[in-house]
Design a protein around this ligand. Structure first.
Ligand SMILES: [Zn+2]
Length: 593
């Protein structure tokens, strides 16, 4: 069995074929530039047709040229060639901004799009995006200003973001374990939050907080500058706020966001009940300390071979639909997955869809744990979404962040729910608790991050914030979200340093989409349980729409109204049941003792 992925369907090397394609892409970009300068005065239908065609060609070729080095790089970060070509492609793609801006500006004054769409199927097929572009033109600045902003971003937001990445990935934390001093990277120190030994968890947390003193001033400047730049440019473009822009980019109405946030707030007492129970079972009387949020409860000794994991996933996917099962089979058989950890390979897991060849590649760091199986099921879910959407034109293939996790979480839930029933009490407790830890992060912690980011935008509008100010805002947000379930003497004032999501110069409020993803998928799963056949029929069609419709309309295809609290409450009820189950299990173990 091959445990490395096979990339031959893209290229076999950075060879003549790759260079030829690179040359062809450069020519296409030149054609697009020429078109945007010289050809926007012909017949409207012909212009739209040509734009769509050019876009399809550029998209297909650039995705292929980008995917190859990106995938090599993630499986082997030391590969210099891959790094070089990644840089080349990224640079090349910035040349698309100017012609695209020109095209959008032209589109602004075209108002018979619907009529043209009736005559021309290509226009009809891409109508949603053309209309979206038109809407965006209200926020476009002059060509010169647009170029200036994109260039200045490289030394502004992008540079601050890179600085954050550099400082946090090189930060070392000093620990004293079993009498010996040692220095470990921040990410490793944070992983000790999962350690079985309570002393190690506490020590790692204290030392982690201490280590931030070395970088806090630079990072405070970085986060403030990124948010101020966003507010400044978004305001200049005419957006009411950076949140308004985020919602528009997410194709989500503020009613929907509010309905979801309100429902989440209503269920905070349930999550607090869980956290307090966890705190008690670990011997804490004043609520759970932050450093024990991830403490393991129960025992997990069961491991799975990669072979077993494949069989489990195929079996459980089959209980959902034949096409989902066939997809997983194909991914395993054709070596789409880079399975095991290796030196120089990136950590974590991801799925990279390659719709232009109707395939995907998945990277995991599989060592056989229950959560590894769950992750694999999750990533394959992303791949399935990719397969469905590959049938669409390139413009219709990119879905907004809140819908990005729909298929993955649903697939993960299908496998986990079935697998959970095969486990013994202690093992089941471990898995259930793990799932609740995740849900608590995604609902309660995400809420604290949303509150934090809202206030950060508010307060940084006039001047940069100091680390001390940021710590105060973070503590206040954590108290609001966690309430008395966490011990207020051991919160985490520096959470803003270690979450990379605050540091994207383009994406803001990169938190609520996670809550949306989890609750939307849970709600779908509840529907699936009610009527499998009806659900499966509608499901693929819904996934297909994710790239060319508003979120409200996508949900409507499943008869779901996301603007109403009711839907969100139904999803939260599923988590509430898990919380009740957890509390019962803990009590049961206590009385058995
Ligand atoms: Zn995912």
């Amino acid at each position: 069995m091959n445990l490395k992925w096979n990339l031959d369907a893209l290229y076999t090397d950075f060879d003549a074929q790759y260079e030829d394609d690179l040359k062809a892409l450069k020519e296409l970009i030149q054609d697009f530039d020429y078109f945007s300068i010289n050809e926007l005065s012909c017949n409207t239908e012909a212009i739209l047709f040509k734009y769509i065609e050019l876009n399809e060609k550029i998209n297909t070729l650039s995705s292929k040229l980008y995917a190859f080095p990106a995938l090599i790089n993630s499986a082997d970060t030391k590969n210099e060639k891959a790094e070089k070509y990644l840089d080349i492609i990224e640079q090349l793609l910035t040349q698309l901004t100017a012609p695209l801006v020109r095209f959008k500006r032209w589109l602004k004054d075209i108002d018979q799009l619907e009529l043209l769409a009736e005559k021309n199927h290509k226009i009809k097929d891409n109508l949603f995006h053309l209309n979206e572009y038109k809407k965006e033109t209200h926020y476009l600045l002059s060509d010169g200003e647009e170029v200036l902003i994109s260039k200045l971003r490289l030394t502004g937001g992008e540079a601050w973001s890179k600085l954050h990445g550099k400082l946090t990935s090189n930060l070392m934390v000093s620990l004293r374990i079993e009498g010996t001093e040692k220095e470990i990277p921040l990410s490793e120190a944070r992983n000790l939050a999962y350690d079985k030994d309570p002393k190690i968890r506490k020590h790692a947390y204290e030392q982690e907080l201490k280590s931030y003193e070395k970088i806090e001033d630079a990072i405070a400047m970085s986060i403030s500058s990124i948010k101020r730049e966003a507010d400044f440019t978004n305001g200049f473009r005419g957006y009411k706020s950076s949140l308004e822009k985020t919602l528009m980019d997410s194709r989500l109405s503020s009613d929907t966001l509010q309905a979801m946030l309100n429902a989440m707030k209503k269920y905070l007492p349930e999550f607090r009940k869980y956290l307090k129970k966890k705190g008690e079972s670990l011997g804490h009387k004043k609520g759970l300390p932050f450093y024990d949020l991830f403490a393991p409860i129960g025992e997990s000794n069961k491991t799975y071979t990669y072979d077993e994991a494949q069989r489990i996933i195929i079996d459980h996917y089959a209980s959902f639909s034949p096409s989902l099962m066939e997809f997983a089979k194909k991914a395993f058989e054709q070596n789409w997955i880079d399975v095991e950890p290796r030196e120089g390979k990136k950590g974590g897991a991801f799925c990279f869809n390659l719709p232009f060849i109707n395939e995907s590649r998945i990277l995991t760091n599989f060592t056989g744990s229950f959560s590894n199986v769950s992750t694999l099921a999750h990533e394959l879910g992303h791949g399935y979404h990719g397969q469905i959407i590959a049938e669409e034109s390139p413009l219709n293939r990119s879905y907004p962040m809140p819908l990005a996790e729909t298929a993955s979480i649903l697939c993960e839930t299908i496998v986990m729910n079935n697998l959970l029933q095969t486990l013994e009490t202690s093992e089941a407790l471990y898995v259930l608790e793990n799932s609740l830890t995740t849900s608590t992060q995604v609902i309660v912690d995400i809420l604290s991050r949303y509150i934090f980011e809202s206030e950060l935008f508010d307060k940084s509008s006039e001047s940069s914030l100091s680390s001390k100010q940021l710590q105060e805002i973070m503590l206040k947000a954590q108290k609001e979200a966690y309430g008395d379930a966490l011990d207020h003497n051991t919160l985490h004032p520096y959470m803003w340093i270690n979450k990379p999501h605050y540091y994207s110069p383009e994406l803001h409020y990169y938190n609520f989409p996670y809550a949306f993803g989890l609750l939307y998928a849970k709600g779908l799963f509840a529907q699936f349980l009610k009527d499998k056949d009806v659900f499966v029929k509608k499901y693929d069609q819904m996934l297909r729409e994710t790239g060319k419709n508003t979120i409200e309309n996508v949900a409507k295809m499943m008869d779901i109204d996301v603007t109403k609290e009711d839907f969100w409450i139904d999803s939260l009820e599923i988590i509430k049941k898990e919380i009740d189950q957890f509390c019962e299990l803990i009590d049961k173990i206590k009385t058995e003792k």
